[in-house]
Design a protein around this ligand. Structure first.
Ligand code: ZN
Length: 346
């Protein structure tokens, strides 16, 4: 008989909220920072990921970004991240936030960046059958004009793997302020790109941010979105509109110190019938992986086995791949979920 933990680990997973940089294997981080002479706080890799506070985390994050200068290294990181996630939690499909402005600053232009990523992810897809798409991320700290310019770059270099836009970082005032980026979203929408936004996550965020993203920016998915449970009207509107939420349990614990317990906002969102999907956000840098988000976080939040299977399936349903790919992924997922369910009931 299959244990609940093994059932959760083996569930086929589609991860929709994953920042590419944070999929870097920590030993690769050490190697690439060494290659480029970028200092790390410590050589002890366990200690490196034990943060005293946000500055420690940002140090590691920036070091990882700084180390990604060579296309071959970018391809390697892409490939290794998939290998690790398959092992950790049976990843079958993933969408990555990739930040073109951060790479451009290091001399890696947009077409070079996309080619390098596609090279690594295609290899992983050939060998492991894990599908993928890319989402260009607006660096909110760089302001609305840079965001528009970034979207213009994406539009000027269309690539079938790049399907939409999203966000990372925060505004310089450390807010979410989705409406600040309205022009970039309108431009992306006019050119048929899919839209998602990081809202309703941070201290000071409100359900209003979630509503603004849906009603004004016209996003079809929300990354995080936890504050939606504080406003029954916003919650009902999101549920009726079928908006999918990409929720990242361990990152809420790391960044907001929320306990993973049945009262957690993600558990409330599941109980309220929202389309919740589960992801890692910054996997390696939060010492988590897609398996652990199910086997540890969902379990601690009191989400049952049937709901976990439904959540896993929701990840495929809310994916931005083409319909033929989605149909195939869902059929494979349904077959495996049925087999796992039978093995568990043994
Ligand atoms: Zn995120």
């Amino acid at each position: 008989m299959l244990s609940d933990t093994e059932f959760l680990r083996l569930l086929p997973k589609a991860e929709l909220h994953c920042h590419f940089i944070a999929t870097m294997r920590v030993t690769t981080l050490q190697e690439l920072t060494g290659k480029h002479g970028i200092p790390l706080r410590t050589d002890d890799l366990d200690e490196l990921l034990d943060y005293e506070g946000l500055p420690d985390f940002l140090d590691v994050f920036h070091a990882a970004q700084q180390a990604m200068r060579d296309p071959a290294d970018i391809s390697r990181v892409a490939y290794e991240g998939v290998v690790d996630a398959v092992r950790a939690g049976n990843l079958r499909y993933r969408e990555y936030f990739v930040n073109p402005d951060n790479f451009a600053e290091l001399g890696v232009d947009y077409p070079t960046l996309i080619d390098a990523l596609v090279d690594g992810f295609d290899r992983a897809e050939r060998e492991l059958g894990v599908g993928y798409r890319l989402i260009a991320a607006i660096n909110r700290s760089l302001g609305p004009e840079t965001a528009v310019a970034m979207v213009e770059t994406v539009i000027a270099h269309p690539h079938p793997a790049v399907v939409g836009i999203g966000q990372d970082y925060l505004t310089p005032e450390l807010t979410e302020d989705p409406l600040r980026f309205r022009d970039a979203y309108q431009l992306a929408e006019r050119h048929g790109l899919r839209l998602t936004a990081h809202v309703g996550e941070t201290i000071g965020a409100s359900p209003r941010n979630v509503r603004d993203a849906i009603e004004v920016l016209h996003v079809e998915r929300i990354d995080h979105g936890y504050r939606v449970v504080d406003d029954p009207e916003a919650l009902a509107a999101a549920r009726d509109a079928g908006v999918a939420f990409t929720c990242t349990p361990h990152s809420t614990h790391e960044l907001s110190a929320w306990e993973l317990e049945p009262d957690h906002r993600i558990a409330q969102m599941v109980r309220a019938g929202l389309r919740v999907t589960i992801a890692t956000d910054d996997a390696v840098f939060f010492k988590t992986d897609i398996g652990r988000e199910y086997t540890v976080a969902l379990a601690q939040m009191g989400v049952g086995i049937e709901d976990a299977a439904r959540i896993a399936r929701a990840g495929f349903e809310a994916a931005w791949c083409d319909e033929a790919t989605k149909t195939r992924l869902l059929a494979d997922a349904d077959g495996l979920i049925a087999a796992l369910t039978a093995a568990r009931e043994g």
